[in-house]
Design a protein around this ligand. Structure first.
Ligand code: PEP
Ligand code: MG
Length: 750
């Protein structure tokens, strides 16, 4: 059964559109389950009724004609009960309704399972049989499993279909995601596809058909040459069968009919990559559908060949890649490196199908002041290249083809935002203190050089977290010690004499270096942060040497260790840093040993806080990871984003415990997670006694405005109230209403 399940899902996944998806489902399920009928009913969004959309076994003329309200008939009952109905004799069931147009009077046995996506019943999958018999447990389990797997594909295909209509009619439409970085962007979609994947080439048209044909032919020639060269090079190492594969590739590329098929589509104005991908995928499907396993295996070869040519097409397009003035990057999983490819002045927003508001990509977007939405799970992003859109980073709304009225409303918000930002201008030189005179340090989180000027303009008192992995992520190999020294020196010099806290390399989790892949099934609980660098002292030593060398003459460097879960890690790291320091003294560097801090972001560190505070020079809480690990919610997973709460009572209590214990040891405590940069979060942290709050430069002025407007004594009352509550949503509510009552217009966020 598993084999059938996989092959149905695979086939469905590669279907072109919703009708094709449904046709494959009914045909294949009927075949695999040996039933007489298989049908799919889907919810009509407008009426809320469930409509027969495809059938293999009932009269085809009934498609589109049978409508059932929830609770009506057997299908409507599957919808309301949200569980399967399995009947030996359907006609005897009180809810049974007979539709003459279907011809279903002949069928007695009935099994219907709900197709549920994000808690909504999208449709019902039904199989029927003439004889009176109950479908057995295995059959029922099979249909339930299949429905669960198909739900996402159907939702995606539905959205794609809606978009196809929208594209034709340029009709305004809306998708929801997770608000990841505040602000509004009104611009044009630029789709980023993972390289060389036939299935994700965006639907796009070409402007110059002749030029596109030339591009395509050049890519074919280059691919042919490449395959020939590789074949030549490996001649001695390959057996006859393997050599034949190279010959087969070349003869496919030489096959004129393939080129003709692609050129035909280009002549209809399709872009060369899209035309090539469509044609090759059709060939792949044909091979996959063959019953002979030898030919089925050839599907992978065709896919591989397709990807090779696609790479050449992309390479040729690379030099011509044009970003429009108001580019909104859209992709399945955007990364820092992808953002960095677009000239900053042209990039105004970002939309990612995967990820959540605590993903690193979201953090970078916030640091850049770039409105962003993550986790727009049902967005068929491949089809919207070049389309006008509005990104509402406050609410997580994406509007495609916005009409004049919608645009006008958003233009107003943009203007209001600019005014609000200007109203903070005068704060830069004022101290960060509460209305009753409690002083805190407001620092910035940096990663890119571009952060520096904005931070200083806004009155940052130093860097609380320099994410050193960012320059590592933007390269195609590890930067050398000297390259690192230059990067670090720029930061230290720009802020001197203010402190700059440099975190040692923190990769793993959702921060992957393309040139140092870490493949794990559970990356957030795996090899990340200090675990990687302690296992690779050569990487760690080069980095801390570069940091210390860079500090020559400034004395403002502080080093901080990520993901510490035990004292042994702190001691091992300290030994390496001391060794590097001694080496540098011997090499003649006149530098001071920098203070060494520990990040508290793993729950075990909370229970070791006394010992850690005793041994470290400072503590900085990484509340993003601490929240993820305390609540066991993957910060990067949009499916569970609704249960990731930085104001969860367990998190608040842990934060309070950390600062109390560390202060009892006489150690200063800062926090550099995103919570510190939210006005409400900052209030509570100051009430707890945090000495330093580190945040992105965009949020610094609004946090300062909040603190200056509120008395610490009052924020302590708010904190006391919050610490007694058990529901995170209620805590968020009281904090928001406190800000509102205090008359603080610090954000446009609803
Ligand atoms: C954190 O975890 O809170 C933190 C600041 O580190 P990062 O977000 O880079 O993992
Ligand atoms: Mg972290």
């Amino acid at each position: 059964m598993l084999g059938s399940l996989r092959s149905i899902v695979q086939e469905v996944n590669s279907a072109r559109d919703l009708p094709a998806v449904l046709e494959i489902i009914v045909r294949r399920v009927r075949e695999v389950m040996h039933t007489r009928v298989c049908s799919v009913y889907l919810r009509d969004k407008e009426s809320g009724n469930y409509v027969l959309m495809a059938t293999d076994g009932l009269r085809p003329s009934a498609v589109g004609q049978v409508h059932l309200a929830p609770g009506e008939g057997l299908v409507g009952n599957v919808v309301t009960r949200e569980e399967p109905i399995n009947l030996e004799k359907a006609e005897a069931h009180p809810a049974f309704q007979y539709f003459p147009s279907t011809g279903e009077e002949r069928f007695s046995a009935f099994l219907g399972t709900p197709i549920i996506h994000h808690r909504i019943v999208l449709g019902v999958l039904v199989v029927q049989q003439e004889e009176q018999r109950r479908f057995d447990e295995g059959e029922e389990a099979f249909l339930v499993t299949l429905s669960a797997q198909l739900a996402g594909v159907i939702a995606h295909a539905e959205a794609t279909g809606t978009l196809a209509t929208i594209r034709r009619q340029r009709q305004e439409t809306h998708f929801s995601g997770i608000a990841a970085s505040p602000g509004i962007a009104i611009g044009r979609a630029h789709i980023v596809t993972p390289r060389a994947n036939l299935a994700t080439v965006p639907y796009s048209l070409c402007l110059d058909i002749e030029a596109e044909l030339v591009l395509f032919r050049q890519a074919l020639t280059s691919a042919r040459e490449e395959i020939r060269e590789v074949g030549e090079r490996l001649k001695c190492e390959l057996n006859r069968e393997e050599r034949a594969l190279f010959d087969a590739y070349i003869s496919m590329l030489d096959d004129n009919s393939l080129a003709v098929e692609v050129c035909d589509r280009i002549e209809q104005q399709l872009s060369a990559p899209r035309a090539w991908a469509e044609v090759m995928l059709e060939h792949v499907r044909r091979f996959e559908a063959m019953s002979d396993s030898y030919f089925r295996d050839r599907a992978a070869d065709v896919r591989d060949l397709g990807a090779r040519v696609l790479t050449h097409l992309h390479q040729q397009q690379q030099s011509e890649r044009d970003y429009s003035e108001n580019t909104i990057l859209v992709g399945e999983e955007l990364t820092a490196a992808v953002l960095a490819e677009v000239p900053r002045e042209k990039l105004i927003g970002a939309v990612s199908v995967k990820g959540s508001s605590n993903s690193h990509m979201a953090i970078i977007a916030r640091a850049m002041g770039l409105p962003a939405i993550m986790g727009v799970q049902d967005l068929p992003y491949e089809t919207i290249h070049g389309v006008d859109m509005v990104v509402d980073g406050y609410r997580g709304d994406l509007h495609i083809h916005p009409g004049a009225e919608l645009k006008r409303r958003y233009d107003e918000i943009v203007e209001e935002e600019q005014q609000l930002a200007h109203s903070f201008d005068h704060l830069a030189d004022l101290p960060a203190e509460t209305a009753d005179g409690h002083r805190v340090r407001l620092l910035v989180n940096t990663g890119l050089m571009a952060d520096v000027a904005r931070s200083l303009e806004r009155g940052a008192e130093g860097v609380g977290l320099f994410r050193t992995e960012v320059p590592f992520l933007l390269r195609d190999r590890f930067p050398s010690e000297e390259e690192q020294r230059e990067i670090y020196r720029e930061q230290l010099e720009a802020f001197a004499p203010l402190p700059v806290t440099m975190r040692t390399l923190d990769v793993g989790g959702d921060k992957a270096l393309a040139y140092f892949p870490i493949e794990e099934t559970n990356p957030f609980l795996g090899w990340r942060g200090i675990r990687v660098t302690l296992d690779h002292p050569e990487i760690f030593l080069a980095q801390v040497r570069a940091m210390m060398k860079a500090s020559l003459g400034f004395s403002n460097l502080r080093i901080m260790l990520p993901m510490i879960s035990g004292l042994n890690e702190l001691e091992a790291a300290r030994k390496l840093i001391e060794r590097a320091y001694q080496e540098l003294l011997e090499e003649g560097y006149e530098i001071e040993m920098p203070p060494l801090g520990v990040m508290v972001e793993v729950p075990s560190a909370i229970y070791l806080i006394r010992e850690l505070a005793e041994r470290a020079d400072f503590i900085s809480v990484g509340s993003n990871d601490l929240t993820q690990y305390l609540l066991a919610v993957d910060r990067n997973n949009s499916r569970v984003a609704n249960i990731y709460h930085a104001l969860h009572p367990a998190v608040l209590r842990a934060l309070q415990e950390i600062v109390n214990t560390a202060h009892a040891e006489g150690t200063k405590v800062g926090i550099c997670g995103e919570l510190a940069g939210e006005p409400g979060g900052a209030l509570l942290l100051v009430a707890m006694g945090y000495d330093m709050l580190s945040m992105n430069a965009t949020n610094l002025p609004r946090v300062k405005a909040t603190l200056r407007a509120v008395r610490q004594a009052d924020s302590k009352l708010l904190l006391q109230q919050a610490l007694k509550m058990s529901c995170p949503v209620e805590i968020e509510k009281i904090v928001k209403s406190y800000l509102k009552k205090a008359g603080l217009k610090v954000t446009l966020q609803p």
